[in-house]
Design a protein around this ligand. Structure first.
Ligand SMILES: Nc1nc2c(ncn2[C@@H]2O[C@H](COP(=O)(O)OP(=O)(O)OP(=O)(O)O)[C@@H](O)[C@H]2O)c(=O)[nH]1
Ligand SMILES: [Mg+2]
Length: 571
């Protein structure tokens, strides 16, 4: 016989659970059904009306859920909380004798304070103040009408990753040696809410200067084209390099701007940029920002270094006293494989000669004041008068590199490792995977497992974001909720969200050096030479014993202790 459990009263008056037969008469009063009353308890221990308890519980649940629906965890975070603690940008090792500024004015402190994931976290007055004090800055693009699609692709990325913020909205200025078509203007203007200007470059800025021997130019470019120096046969390419190297900053349309960010068609910006890059430059007294330092085909500028030395010899007073040129020069370590016939020594590459390293200038953020300065203009004129933009193919990249390295201290040149960027073959993707994030992404966790995960030791200082030694559970929970949202939204470090795979800091070093070019590479990649210090520390050579084969393999290849994929190599 199937059994049902029903509380019943026994002879002694106590409620007990008795086994009732299925066909027993159903009690009519709800109080005596199941657990819906206290009847099963002895009368003296019954607390108070069961109905009151039920009403109290329902009311509490209603109030609780109303509170939860209005609670916005992100509003409860302290805006002072550093949001980039897990990522410290690689900084150049200061040259000997150079003192670093006090911590308060350090660019990293600035980034901590001014990285804002969501503008809604800021009070309206602060947003308004940021809008009103925007630096005078613009994106500039040299582009042809037929590159409209590629241009739009670049604009959309810059806008999505940076410029569409209410506090930014920086202007776009497009330059062309021909008139822009109406179609170009309409399509490009539709890709941004910002003000667009379309400028035709004056003819005197885009033609072979009077002092150039046209025959020599033609023979030179045929020769360079013949040996495979990229685009050297194109007359327009020489105009372009010359314009970008020096003339651009004097274009009338740029007169009212202090800062520029160069954007080429068909480039990619793969990471969110959660601070105002122009304000960063301005507040930290920067003058030049880059994001790749690489080698290029040295056959395109054979006389550039001679011309530069000649300039320095005649204009020593223009060179900054804190300028650091060392990263651009071959050292005794940079030797050729050629053995000198008489001494048996390896052929030196010429200590103190230019090693061809350069900032890859299709991405650059700079001070227009610098590029209009007496120093830069004098250097540009010197190279221009020597004819190097036509008889050879002096590029704007080595010219800018030599110029900023000569006239500025390194502290005014900034490496934007955090800006994910790609141009053709060369790509830089910064570290953006948070150690905690990757651990949590692997599995869906229950709340108590989250607590366990959070309290596990982790390598970096994320823990300081997550907890203090006496932090309450509630506060931990709020922090966790906030962080979990970021992790979910950004799949990485708060402040960095990238659509690219992290690459080593030096992965682009020789990509642009053609096989035909016999140039020797400096013993360390350009970016490592620029950063110096820990970035030059090599791993000990290892010899590998394979117990299966009994073969000892010894590796001669250079490996560095830091490869730049680690989010926080300096801690
Ligand atoms: N208006 C105009 N723009 C040009 C001309 N030549 C080059 N440019 C622009 O100048 C920039 C650099 O030119 P590219 O041909 O891409 O030169 P590059 O970046 O050295 O070469 P790649 O590695 O092949 O991209 C691009 O933004 C071009 O759109 C030209 O004759 N007229
Ligand atoms: Mg290009």
């Amino acid at each position: 016989m199937p059994l049902s459990l029903t509380p019943q009263q026994n002879e002694t008056g106590d409620d007990t659970l008795a086994i009732a037969p299925e066909n027993a008469v159903e009690p009519t009063h709800s109080k005596i059904q199941g657990f819906s009353s206290w009847n099963f308890l002895p009368r003296r221990v019954r607390p108070f009306s069961f109905r009151k308890v039920v009403i109290f519980c329902l009311a509490s649940a209603l109030v609780g859920s109303a509170w939860l629906s209005t609670w916005e965890p992100e509003k409860s975070i302290n805006l002072e909380t550093p949001v980039i603690d897990a990522y410290v940008p690689p900084m150049p090792h200061p040259p000997a004798g150079y003192t670093i500024q006090a911590d308060t004015s350090h660019p990293i402190q600035w980034l901590r304070k001014n990285t804002i994931l969501d503008l809604q976290d800021l009070p309206t007055q602060q947003v308004q103040a940021l809008i009103e004090t925007r630096p005078k800055a613009a994106f500039i693009s040299l582009v042809r009408n037929e590159e409209v699609e590629e241009m739009v692709a670049s604009i959309l990325q810059v806008e999505a990753r940076f410029n569409s913020r209410e506090t930014h909205g920086y202007d776009w200025v497009f330059f062309n040696n021909e008139e822009f078509t109406e179609e170009f203007k309409a399509i490009v203007s539709g890709a941004t809410d910002s003000q667009c200007y379309f400028e035709r470059i004056p003819q005197e800025h885009w033609r072979i200067p009077s002092w150039i021997d046209i025959n020599r130019f033609d023979i030179g470019r045929q020769f360079m084209g013949g040996i495979g120096v990229g685009k050297a046969w194109l007359q327009s390419y020489h105009h372009m390099c010359r314009w970008n190297a020096g003339i651009f900053a004097s274009e009338k349309r740029l007169a009212n701007y202090d800062w520029f960010w160069r954007v080429e068609p068909a480039v990619q910006f793969s990471c969110d940029i959660n601070y105002d890059v122009f304000r960063f430059m301005q507040d930290n007294n920067m003058a030049y920002g880059f994001n790749m330092a690489i080698l290029d085909d040295a056959r395109s500028f054979p006389s550039l270094w001679e011309r530069t030395k000649e300039f320095i010899d005649h204009n020593e007073e223009l060179v900054d006293e804190d300028a650091d040129f060392n990263w651009l020069l071959y050292t005794a370590e940079d030797h050729d494989d050629v053995i000198r016939p008489h001494t048996g020594a390896k052929e030196g590459l010429g200590d103190g000669e230019y090693n061809n390293c350069q900032f890859y200038s299709n991405f650059e953020i700079g001070s227009l004041k610098f590029f209009r300065s007496k120093e830069h203009m004098a250097y540009f004129d010197h190279l221009d008068k020597a004819g190097g933009f036509y008889y050879e193919r002096f590029g704007d990249a080595p010219v800018h590199t030599l110029s900023v390295s000569m006239f500025l201290p390194k502290s005014r040149i900034w490496y934007f490792r955090d800006i994910g960027y790609a141009h053709g073959l060369c790509e830089q993707c910064p570290p953006h995977e948070h150690p905690l994030a990757s651990r949590l992404q692997r599995k869906a966790l229950l709340p108590q497992e989250v607590e366990q995960e959070v309290s596990k030791p982790i390598k970096d200082d994320t823990r300081t974001m997550m907890e203090g030694p006496f932090e309450s559970f509630g506060s931990k929970h709020r922090r966790w909720t906030t962080m979990a949202q970021d992790v979910e939204r950004q799949k990485g470090i708060p402040s960095l969200a990238c659509g690219c795979t992290v690459n080593a800091i030096d992965s682009n070093n020789a990509k642009l050096v053609p096989y035909e070019s016999k140039q020797r590479k400096p013993s360390d990649p350009c970016i490592r030479k620029f950063l110096g210090g820990k970035w030059l520390v090599k791993k000990d050579k290892v010899s590998d014993f394979n117990s299966d084969t009994g073969i000892i393999r010894s590796s001669d290849s250079v490996e560095y202790v830091l490869d730049g994929r680690d989010g926080n190599p300096f801690q």
